[in-house]
Write a protein that binds this ligand. Structure first.
Ligand SMILES: Nc1ncnc2c1ncn2[C@@H]1O[C@H](COP(=O)(O)OP(=O)(O)OP(=O)(O)O)[C@@H](O)[C@H]1O
Length: 536
């Protein structure tokens, strides 16, 4: 029969402590200057085996191999030794410990308990618990024999969580132990985290708002059989997960189609991220697309940056003007399409992404492949599902529908809804529209702004229409051997218009952008025409 002593209740407290904290305890042996990880199983076995009669030297050896052999010579000294040993373990714990006996008198509190709860050792130990600490619940755990877990308490700025256990030996409850864990830091981190979560959600909302598609197939107007056929094909492709390559001259509506494909696909609720490959210089485009890890290059943000491909995860990545992408970057983009993985610049880690690519170009990619400016493998990967949007001059039936559509968007402050007369419509239908729908849209806006009547006549059309009319008239009277000079004349007229626009808006990038807008062509086309026509 083992005599139950108060010391033994502390041993039981150790067992509970070790069980509930689940932490490792290390013992530093000064003689050998070695650190030993205290084997929890041995400690528990030692306590459970009864004390001191059944003290197993073998299990103690696992804890203090050198000390044991020199210090323990009788069971009484070993009791004192083990007690001191455990008390020093308690004192080094970060968690607070309070122990009461079966009379609910506080037998022990450690330093951490003083710090966490504000209790003072000399005013607490030796007193009945509820007198020393009114409101304490450990007594009820002792009386019922049932633990009370996760009780939250506060002392000043410190928030702590307590677990209360009865100490039961041989079926008899001989006291109780409270383990108090300081959770202030966790609470503060949680508050910070919820603030970040709110900020993160705001940013995510903003990102998704900025990266949403706006045009549906229903918004693409036009009545020509050619446009209907293109819409039908694009609608079918939208339902697949295939990449889509939109081709056609500048201003034909490729971007509109990219939006519509996304919105008609299963990904319509996810991000639609647009990247204009012509507008961003090569190295910058790479970091925008792929992102970079912290400190990947000088000037990189300390926190690193996630790329647009990752931003489009589960959604659609629209690569506008893909023909202008650097050949090296094309290789990287192809790898993303093949592996579904992204490796940010400067990072060794790859991330899995699920992105559908829709690309667009007005360039002749086949020619570019021939001169080594576009990768054949990327071309074949994208071109499988090609959608070609014919130029406006090849779908004359769309002109009146679109003109009405754009005119309907311009309500004049004095004349309200405007109309085009038959002659004006005919003139629009005869014009070749080098800037396609964009040019038509701008023309209608121009007319709506300068008109001083409800029904618009051809006199309100921009100058370019008269130049065109003169050219056509000349063309009709021209003899075959004069054809060469006709081309020269066309070029001269075009050059004159471009120079005039550049003179009005200036030759800065912004000026060129404005000039391109006025001419109804994209900035890329403007640059291309300037180069062909030798405009400096
Ligand atoms: N079928 C259409 N219905 C209504 N608006 C259209 C249609 N096609 C084009 N547009 C309008 O014409 C303008 C040019 O279209 P978009 O930007 O989609 O052309 P794009 O082919 O992508 O040009 P670029 O190659 O220069 O980027 C836009 O303002 C667009 O809204």
């Amino acid at each position: 029969m083992i005599k139950v002593s108060a010391d033994q209740s502390i041993l039981e407290a150790v067992r509970l402590l070790l069980q509930s904290t689940g932490r490792d305890i290390y013992y530093f042996d000064e003689e050998t200057s070695l650190e030993h990880k205290v084997n929890r199983e041995h400690l528990i076995a030692l306590v459970a085996s009864g004390f001191p009669a059944a003290l197993s030297l073998k299990s103690m050896e696992a804890i203090t191999p050198n000390l044991l052999s020199s210090t323990i010579d009788s069971s009484q000294t070993s009791l004192g030794f083990v007690m001191r040993w455990f008390i020093s373990v308690f004192e080094s714990l970060h968690d607070g410990v309070l122990i009461i006996d079966h009379n609910e008198i506080v037998r022990y509190i450690n330093k951490s308990f003083e710090r966490i709860s504000g209790a003072v050792f000399s005013e607490t130990v030796g007193r009945v618990l509820t007198e020393a600490r009114p409101g304490a619940k450990l007594g009820s755990a002792v009386r019922t024999g049932k633990p009370l877990l996760g009780v939250r308490r506060k002392f000043g700025e410190i928030e702590y969580m307590t677990d209360m256990h009865p100490i039961i030996i041989n079926g008899e409850c001989i006291g109780g132990v409270t383990i108090a864990r300081d959770i202030t830091e966790i609470q503060q981190l949680q508050t910070k985290l919820s603030k970040y979560q709110v900020r993160y959600n705001d940013l995510l909302r903003q990102i998704n708002k900025e990266n949403t598609a706006t045009y549906r197939f229903a918004d693409i107007c036009g009545n020509s059989p050619a446009l209907h056929a293109v819409k039908r094909l694009a609608e079918k492709l939208a339902n697949s997960n295939l990449p889509v390559l939109l081709r056609g001259e500048s201003g034909t509506g490729k971007e509109l189609f990219a939006h519509a494909v996304h919105l008609a696909s299963a990904r319509h609720e996810q991000a639609f991220v647009t990247v204009n490959c012509a507008a961003i210089p090569g190295p910058l485009l790479e970091s925008e697309l792929f992102g970079y890890s912290a400190g990947a290059f000088s000037g990189a943000k300390q926190s690193g940056k996630s790329g647009l491909i990752t931003l489009a995860h589960n959604g659609t990545l629209f690569l506008d003007e893909i023909g202008d992408m650097d050949i090296e970057l094309q290789a990287k983009m192809l790898r993303v399409l093949q592996t579904g993985e992204v490796q940010p610049l400067g990072s060794v880690n790859k991330m899995k992404v699920n992105v559908r690519v829709v690309a667009a170009t007005n360039r002749n990619l086949e020619d570019m492949i021939r001169i080594g400016k576009f990768r054949e493998d990327l071309f074949y990967r994208l071109n499988v599902s090609q959608v070609y949007i014919p130029p406006l001059r090849e779908r004359v039936q769309d002109i009146s529908v679109m003109a009405e559509h754009f005119l309907g968007q311009c309500i004049h402050p004095s004349f309200g809804k405007l109309e085009l007369d038959a002659e004006t419509l005919r003139t629009l239908e005869r014009y070749p529209w080098p800037g396609n729908v964009r040019e038509l849209e701008n023309t209608i806006r121009f007319i709506a702004n300068i008109t001083d009547r409800t029904v618009i006549t051809p006199d309100y059309l921009p100058q370019v229409f008269f130049q065109h009319r003169t050219l056509v008239q000349k063309e009709q009277t021209i003899k075959p051997d004069e054809a060469v000079s006709l081309k020269t004349m066309k070029h001269a007229a075009e050059k004159e218009m471009i120079v005039a626009a550049l003179t009005s808006f200036g030759r800065s990038v912004q000026g060129k952008r404005e000039a391109a807008k006025q001419l109804g062509i994209s900035l890329t086309t403007l640059y291309a025409r300037m180069s062909v026509l030798n405009i400096k």
